[in-house]
Ligand binder design. Structure first.
Ligand code: HPA
Length: 250
């Protein structure tokens, strides 16, 4: 059954993005799902006069590592609350030269290097087997809307790029990043999958704004990537998000 479209937008926040401070009249929901517990509460509030849901993917205290996130429960809950359009905010490392720290990008492709995660709704015996089309892993029309809102809001967002989803929670070796580069990845993150695939199985419109927090291993001059650098760059780059979201909601 398709959910009622009473939530104009669902935003899933990644590392460094645990709240949407601009939400007003916030209600908290944590609906039970057939897949188990969500990462944390869903904050539903008003932004630009529309209802918006926000969920911190790692939990509001960043307590859930990428491979332990219950991606199915998170997305099923957002859908049950009435969301149809999901904007995933993912903190990433940059590989391609256009994707340096503090850049925002809206990838159009991905490669999944994760393993051992429940990556489908068809996990339970007896569930319907789905072979969803995934040639364009991000919903093209919804991506186009996000990009045009960014342009209208004067927010610089790189259009396109390939997101490589790694297992984490450790960062990658230089050799792993060199391989991702050879494979055509521009960005690397730990949470892009199975989220995008599950969103497709659930029939949700799904697009990603990747927030580049650091050069991936071996791509910049740094000999080490620190969590401080990641958080500082996410915080700096995130100031562009509220105007983008407001424009998206108009
Ligand atoms: N690799 C994977 N995930 C990340 C990175 C990275 O360099 N930076 C932020 N998330």
């Amino acid at each position: 059954m398709k959910a009622a479209p009473d939530i104009a937008l669902a935003v899933i926040g990644g590392t460094g993005l645990y709240r949407l401070a601009e939400l007003e009249d916030v209600e908290t929901h944590q609906p039970p799902t057939q897949y188990g517990a969500l990462s944390g509460p869903v904050r539903v509030g008003t932004l630009a006069g529309r209802r918006v849901a926000f969920l911190a993917r790692h939990g509001e205290g960043h307590s859930v590592p990428p491979h332990r996130i219950n991606y199915r429960a998170n997305l099923a809950a957002l859908r049950a609350l009435g969301a149809q359009r999901v904007l995933a905010l993912n903190t990433v490392g940059g590989i391609g030269e256009r994707f340096g720290p503090r850049v925002l990008a809206c990838p159009d492709q991905l490669i999944d290097y994760t393993w051992g995660r429940i990556s489908t709704l068809c996990e339970e015996p007896g569930s319907e087997v789905l072979h969803v089309d995934f040639g364009d892993p991000y919903t093209p029309a919804w991506r186009a809307e996000v990009l045009s809102a960014a342009r209208a809001a004067g927010v610089a967002v790189v259009d396109g790029g390939c997101y490589g989803a790694t297992q984490g929670p450790r960062l990658e070796t230089r050799a792993e990043i060199a391989r991702l580069r050879r494979d055509g990845c521009d960005l690397v993150g730990m949470t892009g999958m199975p989220e995008a695939g599950l969103a497709r199985e659930l029939g949700l419109d799904y697009a990603c704004i990747a927030i580049v927090a650091n050069w991936a291993a071996g791509c910049g001059d740094a000999t080490e990537i620190t969590f401080r650098e990641v958080l500082d760059n996410v915080e700096a780059a995130s100031s562009a998000l509220p105007p983008l979201l407001r424009m998206l909601l108009q």
